[in-house]
Ligand binder design. Structure first.
Ligand code: NAD
Length: 475
């Protein structure tokens, strides 16, 4: 039912042998799913060498032929979607329907990047003199080192794999040690689709050891990281030492502004479903709810009803609408938030504690009456906890929404077109959903500003992250 956990280096699948490793646990049961081998230093050096050689082969392959291989990988992901989704649920916890959706989007991202990689257009700039030809071209940046977290075990890796490979780069991916199986299955699809050896490599290990080793190598020319702000800052520093390109997709603390002219019930249904998706462990999860006085009570009542109707359980069980948290660190973080809320006079309207006596379950939680400087209103919760507070005026809510160093996503709901335009312009974040939560698609740019990072994945901007511009002046 699960998968054989292996490393993939230079086109070869490598098992435990004499390598160190770690147990992968099912967050719904706490039981071991298998042992994940850690790459040794020699493995990492082999991956670097293979990626270097793989880059030479892949960049010499036409964009047309690269696209064919990538589309085949997308087809294989779709064919194997049910198995990959089930592997994902076991190691990550999310409900099966969510896992299936993630895997299908994973295939869609490969298709989109495969096609767009064929459109790496340049331009001709008229020269100043006779017989002068000035060309601007795009070239792949080279070997990429990518690091991905545990909340989207195939979606986040594929944004980096598909973007890099579509642009003609090779890649060494260190995926999350807590959720490695679905990514192993994803990489198998690329292997079986005929990606040449060395072009894609998958390693696991102690994150800080692996990242320092890879980023410190002269072979690596680009870093792509998704994860927390502190780790992102650390890796950005390592990249800067070698003047390497970097894309940083870091945390967020997304405000939701519900204006008094919005339909409170409809808005609550939409945003609560989005809030509790993946048990709130999503970087663009709505996390601070500012609701205008006139609709506050109705919004709170409907949102709380939604939270109370959630069925917590093993993601593989029929009817489950929210799974466990992915690891015990998240449980501790949720308890710290609840404790801080209580100590500041906040009210727990529903939830607020662990659930059951096995696995990492935490109840969907709604909080009110918390001050703006409390933990839940200032630190990214990354869990199923929703603070809902009041506001009076447009200017006041904009100031409060923009007051944090985060700038990944924000949301607003209103039926007034002018308010919709004004709030879309006023919110400081890389993505804003106005009467919409559809802010992450293969064809649109995804990324943050302020401490939420820099660079984008998705859209033409995502591909640009893997290309250098070259100017050729020919006299
Ligand atoms: P963490 O900061 O320890 O780790 C975050 C991720 O970075 C993990 O996948 C981890 O393996 C990796 N990592 C840690 N140190 C690294 C290093 N030196 N080099 C390379 N990779 C490294 O936190 P955590 O407990 O795993 O997650 C909690 C926090 O992480 C959340 O509160 C959230 O802010 C953030 N997070 C963000 C995303 C996202 O999609 N942006 C995803 C997962 C976690």
């Amino acid at each position: 039912m699960y998968t054989d956990l292996q490393l993939y280096i230079d086109g070869e699948w490598l098992n435990g042998a004499s390598r160190k490793g770690e147990e992968v646990l099912n967050p719904a049961t706490g039981k071991s799913l298998g042992t994940l081998p850690h790459a040794t230093k020699a493995d990492l050096d082999r991956a670097l060498d293979a990626a270097d050689k793989g880059f030479a082969v892949w960049r010499a392959t036409s964009a047309y032929d690269r696209a064919k291989v990538l589309r085949k990988a997308a087809d294989l992901v779709r064919e194997r979607a049910e198995h990959i989704a089930r592997v994902m649920v076991q190691e990550q916890g999310k409900p099966l329907a969510e896992a299936r959706g993630e895997v299908i989007t994973t295939a869609d991202i490969i298709d989109w990047m495969a096609e767009e990689g064929r459109r790496a257009y340049g331009r001709i700039v008229p020269g100043r003199g006779k017989n002068v030809r000035q060309l601007v071209t795009q070239e792949p940046v080279g070997v990429v080192a990518a690091f991905t977290p545990w909340n989207f075990p195939t979606l986040t890796p594929v944004r980096k794999i598909a973007g890099a490979l579509a642009a003609g780069c090779s890649l060494i991916l260190k995926a999350a040690e807590e959720t490695p199986g679905a990514c192993v299955e994803l990489v198998k699809c690329f292997d079986d689709a005929g990606v040449p050896k060395g072009v894609l490599n998958l390693v696991f290990g102690v994150p800080s050891d692996v990242s320092e080793h890879l980023i410190g190598s002269d072979i690596v020319r680009k870093i792509s990281f998704t994860g927390s702000i502190p780790v992102g800052k650390h890796l950005a520093g390592l990249a800067a030492k070698g003047m390497k390109r970097a894309t940083m997709e870091l945390g967020g603390h997304s405000p939701v502004v519900v204006f008094g002219d919005a339909d409170p019930e409809k808005t609550a249904d939409t945003i609560a479903a989005f809030k509790f998706r993946n048990a709130g462990q999503v970087c663009i999860s709505p996390t601070r709810f500012y609701v205008q006085d006139g609709v506050y009570d109705r919004f709170l009542s409907r949102f709380t009803e939604f939270a109370n109707n959630i069925k917590l359980g093993d993601g593989l069980e029929q009817g489950t609408t929210m799974g466990p948290l992915a690891n015990p660190r998240r449980l501790d973080a949720m308890e710290a938030i609840v404790q801080d809320t209580k100590s500041r006079g906040g009210k727990i309207v529903t939830g607020g504690k662990r659930h059951g006596n096995q696995g990492n379950f935490f109840e969907p939680t709604v909080i009110t009456d918390v001050p703006d400087d409390s933990k839940i209103m200032t630190d990214e919760p990354f869990g199923p906890v929703a603070p809902i507070v009041r506001f009076k005026t447009f200017d006041e809510v904009v100031e409060r929404a923009n007051s944090l160093p985060y700038g990944l996503a924000s949301y607003a709901f209103t039926t007034n077109t002018q308010t919709a335009t004004m709030i879309g312009d006023a919110l400081q974040s890389g993505m804003v959903g106005v009467n919409s939560v559809a802010i992450s698609t293969p064809e649109t740019p995804f990324g943050g500003i302020k401490e939420s990072g820099y660079g984008q994945e998705g859209g033409i901007e995502g591909l640009e992250g893997y290309t250098n511009r070259k100017f050729i002046s020919q006299g």
